[in-house]
Design a protein around this ligand. Sequence first.
Ligand SMILES: Nc1ncnc2c1ncn2[C@@H]1O[C@H](COP(=O)(O)OP(=O)(O)OP(=O)(O)O)[C@@H](O)[C@H]1O
Length: 268
Amino acid sequence: MTHLSLSDPIAVTDNNAMAMPLQVTGLTVAYHKKPVVQDVSFTLAPGRLIGLIGPNGAGKSTLLKASLGLVPSIAGDVKVYGKTYQQHRKKIGYVPQRESVDWDFPTNALDVVLMGTYGRLGWFRRPGKHEHETAMECLRKVGMADYAQRQISQLSGGQQQRIFLARALAQQAQLYLMDEPFAGVDATTEKAIISLLEQLKAEGKTVLVVHHDLSTVEAYFDDVLLLNRTLIGVGAVKDIFNADMLQQTYGGKMAVLQGKEGIVLAGK
Ligand SMILES: Nc1ncnc2c1ncn2[C@@H]1O[C@H](COP(=O)(O)OP(=O)(O)OP(=O)(O)O)[C@@H](O)[C@H]1O
């Protein structure tokens, strides 16, 4: 029998070397027995910005929440870098819808961003100097350093959105799931957010973004997921973001017009 000494190289077989950031297979989620996401399967590749597109009530938020284990699924499987969400929790950063949060909670902006560092700290360790510096750096990146001590209830909607992004950045995740980060923000904030997303992509991270403005999809994203309870399509924007696929996604609710400036939706 041979024994390894401490100086021997240890061969590690990494079964997950090729594991993708997010792999969803046959996912079905129901509220009160009514399926709102049905048999959805897709894989997200590393270093991509992906738009999750679909009409109101299509199941976009539910799909994100189910991927994170925040709502139970009744069928299917979700793998994050080849493992369960619980095993790779630290690799995912989640930006929920702004309305889903109690902004009257008495805390300041810096503390909200510090919460992003908790996952890396583990139990019983309080954030120290290093975590404070990380949180301040993230606030700087979203242009909110001057508001660090401000109560979150006293921030505007767009500023709250930036704080959420800073918190996600502080998590130093590999995969980000963002629920409408552009909702209710002005043009300057929108530009700041998109340049942040591009930075994350340049670092090899994957960002899935629920997005409603069809006129910016081609400019912002590499890929799209088209959802209306079932998955209508997934792929590169240039391949599947077209009037025909959008008609299938939005159904009779909208007329999809191909204008000079891109896709235009008109209510019927
Ligand atoms: N907690 C819940 N309990 C019961 N039904 C729910 C719950 N959350 C969402 N739903 C329903 O599930 C469906 C999908 O909702 P979801 O919020 O995932 O859609 P969405 O695509 O994100 O919509 P929007 O674009 O309007 O934000 C909707 O019909 C909604 O009413």
